[in-house]
Design a protein around this ligand. Structure first.
Ligand SMILES: Cc1cc2nc3c(=O)[nH]c(=O)nc-3n(C[C@H](O)[C@H](O)[C@H](O)COP(=O)(O)OP(=O)(O)OC[C@H]3O[C@@H](n4cnc5c(N)ncnc54)[C@H](O)[C@@H]3O)c2cc1C
Length: 375
């Protein structure tokens, strides 16, 4: 029997909704409070053991059906130069022996699948709501929500992302996230497919693209910008257009042709944080980006959030108190997640120093070997 019967989850993103599914599957009644009324965002790739974690949540097949599977040999991880000449091919053999096929999935689709699974298992998701006051005693946590309802829980899972307010409240001494020196740009567009999927590396920055179901194309890009840069929508479009203009590769020229002033572009600074262990205090545990956020160089932050959720539920199911469950969770998560945070930040640094891409690939390959172990 699980060591707890009720949990409040603050944040209904990848970590929070995965935790709701995982905990509900081991018999914990979960409430999720999520500030946003609806989920948005671009695409993300889920690879390695994260696909197994999705399977453990019972949602891998549903995700597979609505995503782009990246089998070994996919052109989506080829790298080309600004003229479109091939620099390197992606892995030709599965990088993660025994793992399920990696997926590229539109974030709102993933969140919809997770939310439906959580609700099917009895979790309640309150949108447009957060916590107002939280009072902890020896037996549990009493929480008042901003919509006026109250709840009593055995423990609280803070999955409220890199800007976590719960982290500021529970760990006031924790450092703020650090800027990594680069901005990410993400563009979702719809239209007919373009030949030449993969990454392009040029003097102004790096960009890539891959196709998603329903004629969607996802274009992520990375540009070095000084600390404190703040971009209006107009600046974002100008930076992005300048980046595309610096390429003569036919696929990028075609993307540039399709870029319109009302393009669905998201720009945000790459920030990172690795909270010192343990990520719990009293009856509150931080998971996902709230505890460990990083740059997207390895594309594994979301995967780590899903793994966190699965491991938490395993620990809750096999211990006798939340405190024991949290300790067991930390034992299994810290080193693994630190590998992702530190390797990603190191890759960002090397990229800014203009190091050859082979150095980044070697760093990533070492990290992937470690991460191929079970979570
Ligand atoms: C450019 C970019 C590309 C990426 N690509 C990939 C990729 O390809 N693969 C991958 O695995 N990862 C990728 N990541 C990382 C991934 O997006 C994150 O690691 C993941 O979203 C973390 O999930 P989370 O649920 O912890 O946090 P979030 O996704 O930030 O979700 C937090 C949720 O909490 C809610 N919230 C915030 N504050 C409160 C509050 N006070 N009360 C209630 N709710 C609150 C938010 O609205 C949000 O829904 C990428 C990240 C970036 C920036």
């Amino acid at each position: 029997m699980a060591c707890a019967s009720t949990a409040l989850i603050v944040g209904g993103g990848i970590a929070g909704l995965s935790a709701a599914v995982a905990l509900a599957r081991v018999g914990v009644q979960c409430d999720v409070v999520e500030l946003a009324d609806a989920s948005g965002g671009a695409s993300l790739a889920l690879s390695g053991r994260a696909t197994e974690a999705l399977d453990e949540l019972g949602v891998y097949d549903a995700c597979h059906a609505r995503s782009t599977p990246f089998a070994a040999g996919t052109t989506a991880s080829h790298q080309r130069d600004a003229q479109g000449r091939l620099i390197s091919e992606g892995p030709q053999r599965p990088q993660w022996p025994g793992a399920k096929t990696p997926l590229g999935i539109h974030r709102p689709v993933l969140l919809e699948i997770l939310e439906e699974a959580a609700q099917r298992l009895g979790a309640k998701v309150y949108r447009g709501v957060t916590t107002q006051t939280t009072v902890e005693d020896d037996d549990g946590v009493s929480v008042a929500m901003t919509d006026g309802h109250h709840g009593r829980y055995d423990f609280v899972v803070a999955a409220d992302g890199i800007g976590s307010r719960t982290r500021s409240r529970v760990f006031p001494e924790a450092p703020k996230p650090s800027y990594a020196g680069q901005f990410s740009f993400r563009w979702m567009l719809s239209g007919p497919p373009i030949d030449g999927e993969g990454w392009y590396i040029g003097p102004e920055g790096r960009l890539g693209f891959y196709h998603l179901p329903q004629d969607l194309i996802y274009v992520p890009a990375v540009i070095d910008l000084p600390e404190g840069a703040w971009l209006t929508d107009k600046d974002t479009l100008a930076h992005f257009a300048r980046l595309l203009d610096s390429y003569t590769a036919p696929a990028v020229v075609e993307l540039r042709r399709r870029l319109t002033p009302d393009a669905d572009l998201i720009a945000r600074p790459f920030e990172w944080i690795l909270l010192a262990a343990p990520w719990h205090r009293g009856r509150t545990l931080l998971i996902g980006d709230a505890a460990h956020a990083t740059t997207a160089h390895m594309g594994m932050g979301g995967g780590m959030a899903i793994e966190d959720a699965v491991v938490l539920a395993q620990c809750v199911a096999t211990t006798t108190t939340p405190a024991q469950a949290f300790d067991a969770f930390m034992e299994r998560r810290y080193t693994r997640v630190a590998t992702v945070v530190e390797t990603s930040v190191a890759m960002s640094r090397l990229e800014q120093e203009g190091a050859p891409t082979s150095r980044n690939m070697a760093l990533a390959s070492d990290a992937f070997k470690a991460l191929a172990q079970p979570y």
